[in-house]
Design a protein around this ligand. Sequence first.
Ligand code: FES
Length: 108
Amino acid sequence: MPKVTYIEHNGTTHEIEVPTGENVMRGALYNNVEGIVGECGGALSCATCHCYVDEAWMDKVGGPSSDTESELLEQASAEVKPNSRLSCQIDMSDALDGLIVHLPESQY
Ligand code: FES
């Protein structure tokens, strides 16, 4: 099963197995990772699943998957950077095994 490493703002690291086809937001929620809220449950309407994709993974993960994701990111409470994504829009695959995401200090 592919793994994702979540790095909280304070440096706490969680290496979690996230099933293929599941998204990065749920991987965090189901494993009590602090720093991702996922208020809308992945319906692409809240921006509380904001994360920063590690630079080394940006080519594989890519930018926002839709105009809606881009627009929602603009409403994220933490600073939006070129590597910002909404984690509910990143679906796990074997190609993303080892993915590293950094979490903002707060989602509000
Ligand atoms: Fe709401 Fe991702 S969980 S936009």
